[in-house]
Design a protein around this ligand. Sequence first.
Ligand code: FE2
Length: 295
Amino acid sequence: MKMGADSETIVKTCVQLANQTPGLDFVILTGDLLQDGEPYNLDMIRHYLDQLKMPYYAVLGNHDMSPVHAHDVKGPIFPGISKSVFTWAFQGHGFQGPDYHWSQTVAPGLKLVGLDTTVPGTWGGTVPAKTLAWLERELAASKGQLVIPIAHHNLIEFTPDDHQHTRNFLVDNAPQVRAVLEKYRPTVQVAISGHHHLSGRRDHQGITYLTNPSTTTWPMEYTTYQLRSDKLTYQVKALPLPPAMVDEARRNLLAESWWHPRGAPTTEPAKTEAILSQYRGQPSDRSGTIGLQPR
Ligand SMILES: [Fe+2]
């Protein structure tokens, strides 16, 4: 399902597209930049991302460090990079110094905070108490600004079928993390994540949570944002990739039962459509406007 063999083409396409997009101020990468923490993939993706003509900001994903979760490993475990290697490789792209989390003012009155939600050896996530305390201090010091937290793992459930297996899409202390964000409204009104490989929007207690699609799994999309002082507009768009590649990704998604809601078989058209619909998202998952309160 993950189009690893085509990922170099996909990254090149993303970089070209960003560089050709008028008025694009910065790019956010919501983690999982590598397949499984390979040092050579770190060098390769940096080679392409450094060709972006605008700033880019990255957070750690569960595939960006060693060891990876055992279900991804076939044969001996290949020793990949550590969190520190990733953090130092992307200095200036959010990361400033040795911390795995970061805060970056990207425009007057607008700050991004990158959270580290990863736990080496598992594909699940958490926000450690130390990071949560740092986040709270950061939010308390940002009164009057809009702060958008960026996390790899989701901070709220996006799909109704989040059963035991897929709960790892969510940080295990999501209610505590959300309580901190809610405490600091209207400084925080929107939070962005990745990891789930689908497009999602949920409004909860005055905060809108958005999860962004993956570029390397069907439907191979990305999200654009337009921010004004009183609203944030978002739109999910297809990458301009060869149709045969996108069709192969679609077939791979349907053939890989692990990713299906409750392991649904793919032979029945209705269930096939249910799977594709989940990954495509509902209209409100794919585009919309979030009204922003004065800070
Ligand atoms: Fe992930």
